[in-house]
Design a binder for this molecule. Structure first.
Ligand SMILES: Nc1ncnc2c1ncn2[C@@H]1O[C@H](COP(=O)(O)OP(=O)(O)OP(=O)(O)O)[C@@H](O)[C@H]1O
Ligand SMILES: [Mg+2]
Length: 362
């Protein structure tokens, strides 16, 4: 059997560049090399594309950049190729599938997915719409609401509404009270998120969030446990993993609690009251379907203290694959070890029809 060429994209221009380097190392190390030729392509923080086929360790520590050779994926659908520019000469490398192991903006938000749709190259993970909607917390809310999925009550603020900020603050205080969570619509790794406890800190929190996006959400604070579920599949064949729990070593799971605080921990397959695991799994699949998800996603919830209500928080369409990441741990706990998981994600991508039909099939 001929080996297929798989391009693994890593790095990227977002604030989660470094997380992607570690995630991609996991993916590259665990792809079945008997079936696939791996072509790693890194994207620098500035947005330069370089192929790098040296030691995977050098991807993790960032030193790959100095040995990379310029290479891009062509948008030309008749070519389906990587164009590598080596010492002034163009080399064409055919590509069968792409695994965009990119987190955050310009990677998890539909942009790369758009390029790959245009090129008609199959790729792992969600399509353009699911990626874009899931990256934007405001649009995720609108879709979830429409599908009757329980979530924290919220209001939104657009940058252009700031001249009427007093009205917004009054409305927020009346409807949500304090404390509230203030978030930029497009965020990741808790960047720009604040828990505001009074009017003064709410104003500051909105200003901070507006530095990251022109759309901001103010949400009621949920008191409860933070739970996560991994989904894998496409259309009617989606499976949901066991349920994981995040225990933040700080007041909430902010950037520092996520990456620097040793008191933060995660529990895979956490203890839950009777029936809650199944409820959460069904909800995770429902959210995935609501955003038109495909391939994989990690869906995050709260379980409210006292009522045990399950409240949807957010969906991540390219969750982390670092050694401490919840997605691969939950899948492994559910019986799908990393090598097998990667194989399945690739198979799903190869077997799905592109969300825009290939022209010859129309
Ligand atoms: N409404 C809320 N009530 C209580 N805690 C909240 C609420 N919203 C967010 N948090 C806390 O803030 C953290 C970050 O929020 P959220 O998950 O929405 O942002 P994120 O930056 O997208 O995170 P990720 O890196 O998972 O994409 C949550 O993990 C949780 O600890
Ligand atoms: Mg989160």
């Amino acid at each position: 059997m001929d080996k297929k060429n798989i391009a693994v994209l890593f790095g990227g221009q977002s604030s989660e560049h470094e997380v992607s380097l570690v995630s991609a190392s996991t993916i590259i190390s665990n792809i079945n090399k008997e079936k696939y030729n791996v072509i790693p392509i890194g994207i620098t923080k500035k947005g330069k594309w370089l192929t790098y086929d040296g030691d995977v360790e050098n991807i993790k520590n960032g030193s790959w950049e100095k040995d990379g050779i310029p290479a891009v994926i062509s948008p030309d659908a008749t070519q389906k190729c990587i164009i590598k520019i080596n010492e002034g000469k163009a080399e064409i490398i055919p590509v069968d599938i792409v695994f965009p192991v990119l987190h955050g903006a310009w990677g998890e938000d539909g942009t790369i997915q758009g390029l790959l749709e245009l090129a008609q190259i199959p790729y792992v993970g969600c399509g353009v719409l699911a990626s874009a909607v899931s990256m934007d917390k405001y649009y995720t809310k609108i879709i979830a609401e429409d599908f009757g999925i329980t979530q924290a009550r919220y209001i939104y603020v657009f940058e252009e509404e700031m001249p009427q900020i007093d009205k917004i603050l009054d409305f927020s205080e009346k409807n949500l009270g304090y404390p509230v969570f203030v978030k930029p619509a497009n965020a990741g790794s808790s960047v720009g998120i604040t828990k505001a406890k009074d009017r003064e800190s709410l104003i500051k929190a909105i200003d901070l969030a507006l530095k990251h996006d022109r759309k901001v959400l103010i949400e009621e604070a949920i008191v409860g446990r933070e739970l996560e579920c991994a989904v894998l599949g496409d259309k009617e064949n989606v499976i949901a993993s066991s349920v994981g729990e995040i225990i933040a070593g700080a007041e909430f799971y902010d950037y520092d609690a996520k990456y620097n605080n040793d008191d933060s921990r995660t529990i895979v397959n956490t203890e839950l009251p009777e029936g809650k695991k199944e409820e959460l799994q069904e909800l995770a699949k429902k959210v995935f379907k609501a955003v038109d998800g495909s391939g994989l996603a990690r869906v995050d919830f709260f379980m409210e203290e006292g009522t045990n209500r399950i409240i949807f928080n957010e969906i991540n369409t390219m969750p982390g694959f670092t050694p401490i990441s919840m997605y691969p741990m939950l899948m492994e706990n559910s019986g799908i070890a990393i090598k097998d998981l990667i194989e399945k994600m690739i198979d799903i991508a190869l077997n799905k029809k592109a969300s825009v039909k290939f022209r010859e099939e129309v």
